[in-house]
Design a binder for this molecule. Structure first.
Ligand SMILES: [Ca+2]
Ligand SMILES: [Ca+2]
Ligand SMILES: [Ca+2]
Length: 440
């Protein structure tokens, strides 16, 4: 009896290990392979066998841009290179400056940090240098306060009573003395901050040698300048908290937020002459071929970041346009629903829910000039990764095989949800079989 039980246990253990071995194979290898095979079969059944030379738009028309003039990691003040890289906002005008000042004069709602500006890539423009003068705690006039406001900072950190910054802060180049060192009525009055944060702003006050983040925000939409936010500082010095005898280091606020005003707006990358990628996430058991599960524009370039010690790098400037799927999906490591600030179950910009495009930049490797990569290779190498349950797979495209990604021009209009691409673009099928066909 004992022997029989041991034999049974042995058989059961063998059985378990056999099952778990198969299951393991299925999980690590097979889901992705099965999904891709099913996709391939359905694609071929719907559109016929793709032409053997069909490269799905990933061809020599995809350029590699030259952005090799050095920039520092976070701020770009090479303004002569902005054209073609960024969508440059309108210059600040005197009417606009006045509109902000008028709004501040209305007073109601003027309070510190009444709203948070949520950008990571953004333009900062100078708008107004204040003329208010103040008395210090000795009663002596310190002159025009804005002259003492320097070293503009942005970040997601905080400033303590002692003027010490904690958390993430960065310097916004060229903003000092309550103004911008260049001519602020032109593009010269702007700085671009990249992969930074506009959640908080501060200036350094030379009166008390402290940082202060005392400002209010005007939403441009309320004064006829939608898309812009105005950060309006109120002058303050409190150096005499720590050194009570130094009354010249203390200046009370007057709660007029007009000592220094800057304008903040998102920096969208300029995708002119870039390429648009439309993709199927293979999420549906039978694919719907709407090719909108993710839509993004890309522009690949060689760049010479100052912090890479003259090693030129490949970068991709990416603008997310749509997320017409409900599986977690990353482009260049960024989960697209999260980037659009919606739950994974929400499809974005495919007819149901609308959100602004999201610009970001990614590193695509160091440049080896003896073996340079083509634009098509670089754009293909931007990883698009889908997660379904516990399975993770990368979307691929191969010449002559059913495409999980297709490259089109940046004026291509992607289709709305649950609309097969051939319903809107009947020549798609012809193009699958003959790449010389113009299908859109
Ligand atoms: Ca003030
Ligand atoms: Ca789809
Ligand atoms: Ca879709």
């Amino acid at each position: 009896m004992k022997k029989l039980i041991f034999t049974l246990i042995f058989v059961m253990l063998m059985g378990f290990s056999f099952i778990s071995c198969n299951k393991h194979d299925f999980e690590t290898k097979d889901y992705s392979t099965i999904a891709k095979e099913q996709f391939d079969a359905k694609f071929t059944q719907t559109f016929g066998i793709p032409a053997s030379n069909q490269d799905w738009g990933f061809d020599e028309s995809i350029k590699v841009f030259d952005f090799t003039q050095a920039i520092t990691r976070s701020h770009d003040v090479n303004r002569n290179q902005w054209s073609g890289k960024y969508v440059i906002p309108a210059n600040v005008t005197s009417e606009e400056e006045q509109a902000v000042i008028n709004k501040l004069a209305e007073g109601s709602g003027n309070r510190d940090k009444n709203l948070t500006i949520p950008y990571t890539n953004f333009f900062v423009y100078h708008v107004h240098k204040g003329t208010d003068t103040y008395n210090d705690h000795n009663g002596s006039n310190i002159g025009v306060a804005s002259d003492k406001m320097n070293h503009l900072q942005c970040g997601s950190g905080t400033v303590g009573e002692n003027g010490v910054q904690s958390g993430f802060w960065e310097h916004v180049n060229d903003f000092n003395s309550g103004q911008q060192t260049a001519n602020w009525w032109t593009i010269e009055g702007a700085t671009v901050m990249l992969e930074s944060s506009s959640a908080n702003f501060a200036y350094h006050n030379s009166t008390d040698s402290k940082y202060h983040d005392t400002y209010t925000v005007i939403d441009g939409a309320t004064i006829g300048y939608p898309g812009f936010y105005y950060v309006c500082f109120d002058f303050l010095a409190n150096g005499d908290i720590e050194q009570p005898s130094n009354k010249n280091m203390g200046v009370d606020r007057n709660y007029n937020y007009t000592d220094w005003i800057i304008r903040v707006s998102p920096c969208e990358f300029d995708m002119t002459n870039g390429v648009r990628i439309i993709a199927e996430d293979l999420g549906a058991s039978e694919s719907d071929f709407d090719y909108n599960d993710v839509v993004f524009d890309a522009k690949v370039a060689i760049e010479n970041p100052a912090d890479r010690n003259y090693q030129n790098t490949y970068v991709a400037y990416i603008v997310l346009r749509a997320a017409g799927g409900t599986l977690p999906l990353t482009v260049g490591g960024k989960e697209v629903h999260e980037a659009f600030n919606v739950p994974t179950s929400t499809m974005v910009n495919t007819g149901l829910y609308t959100a602004n495009s999201v610009s970001f930049k990614m590193y695509l490797g160091d440049v080896d000039y003896s073996n340079q990569k083509s634009g098509a290779e670089l754009v293909k190498s931007i990883p698009v990764i889908v997660k379904k349950n516990n399975d993770v797979y990368e979307l691929e495209v191969e010449t002559g095989k059913a495409p999980e990604k297709i490259a089109v021009s940046t004026d291509f209009e992607w289709v709305s949800e649950r609309t097969p691409i051939y319903k809107v673009y009947p020549l798609f099928k012809n193009w699958v079989q003959d790449k010389s066909i113009i299908w859109y």
